[in-house]
Write a protein that binds this ligand. Structure first.
Ligand code: SF4
Ligand code: SF4
Length: 319
């Protein structure tokens, strides 16, 4: 896979990145060695960007994959993580946890997770300042934000301390919280012109576009401002399929490697007590509390599993 420059930085990334949420405890929950093996398979097929987050609990998978790959191959990887912290102390703890649990001394990119607007980015200023300090020290190469909001892309585009923007975009606009895919494209084009590295998430709409996975991925691959499209993968078959799309080396690749039986959905156990913690945590507003229990709207649920982490009774699962 031909590497692309991430914005104006000196980091070059594969156009396809590996999203690790899908192998971790909130989705497929693979044993660490099995998940690490899929990451290693992806790296051996040309992927060099690995995406994780404090929330995902997948640092051990990446740490194990780095051990298997060895220092030479590991040094060519761009590892991305992010956290919700807004204070300097909180971000310090999250940053150090990432490095310790992955067994690394420096990290390529660390982000503010799920920002919504200029106000929320400014509200995280102590955490942002902490990351900028680590960057000047050389323990971090680039500072970023992740977002589902066009407003946050526009705001970050004008902030010199932000190097990378990781935004939601797919050809149907699924999951964009404040506008159309065209408006998101315009905002990202502008940000890219200003030198920001652009990473995209949810190119297959959190699974909603699975019947047209190949063409949805190819659409994202060909966006001129997209430096890297991060896709969650759960097995080697999905890695091979996605790599083939991004190498653009296929004649007769099917539209998808997934079938109806692979289609996943969110399951709420019947011992839900309707506390609403999952509803409040859902970034896509896909949960309501009806008749005292949580109900999921499958049309808007992106299977991101963020709600599962907030359920005190552990009654949310992706099945
Ligand atoms: S309901 Fe849960 S899995 Fe679905 S979008 Fe909301 S947080 Fe993500
Ligand atoms: S957080 Fe858990 S217990 Fe509370 S409403 Fe959601 S699913 Fe039910």
């Amino acid at each position: 896979m031909q590497k692309r420059q991430l914005g104006k930085s000196d980091i070059y990334v594969s156009p396809l990145g590996f999203g690790t949420l899908t192998i971790g405890p909130f989705q497929r929950n693979l044993p660490v060695d099995a998940g690490a093996e899929i990451i290693v398979h992806a790296v051996n097929n040309g992927i060099n960007l690995l995406d994780t987050a404090h929330l995902y609990e997948t640092y051990p998978y990446i740490g194990r994959a780095l051990e298997i790959l060895g220092p030479e191959k590991a040094s060519g990887l761009a590892i991305v993580s992010r956290s919700y912290d807004y204070s300097e102390e909180g971000m310090e703890e999250s940053f150090n946890k990432a490095l310790n649990e992955m067994g690394i001394e420096t990290i390529s990119i660390f982000m503010l997770h799920e920002t919504e607007s200029e106000a929320t980015i400014r509200g995280h200023k102590p955490a942002l300042d902490y990351l900028v300090k680590r960057k000047h020290e050389g323990r971090l190469k680039l500072v970023g934000i992740s977002t589902h909001y066009i407003a946050a892309v526009r705001a970050a585009s004008e902030m010199p301390e932000i190097d990378v923007i990781f935004a939601i975009l797919n050809r149907e606009g699924i999951g964009i919280m404040d506008g159309t895919p065209e408006e998101m494209e315009t905002a990202l084009t502008e940000a890219h012109k200003r030198g920001k590295g652009i990473m995209l998430m949810k190119a297959v709409g959190g699974g909603h576009l699975y019947r047209n996975a190949r063409s949805s991925l190819a659409w994202a691959r060909d966006l001129p401002f997209a430096d890297c499209v991060v896709v969650g993968m759960q097995n080697k078959e999905e890695v091979d399929f996605n790599c083939s799309v991004f190498r653009n080396d296929y004649d007769d690749l099917p539209e998808t490697v997934l079938t109806e039986k692979h289609k996943k959905s969110l399951w709420i156990e019947d011992y839900c007590q309707g506390c609403g913690a999952c509803r409040d945590a859902c970034p896509f507003k896909a949960i309501t509390i009806t008749d005292g229990i949580a109900k999921v709207n499958p049309e808007t649920c992106m299977l991101c599993s963020y709600c599962a982490r907030h359920c005190p009774l552990f009654c949310i699962k992706v099945v």
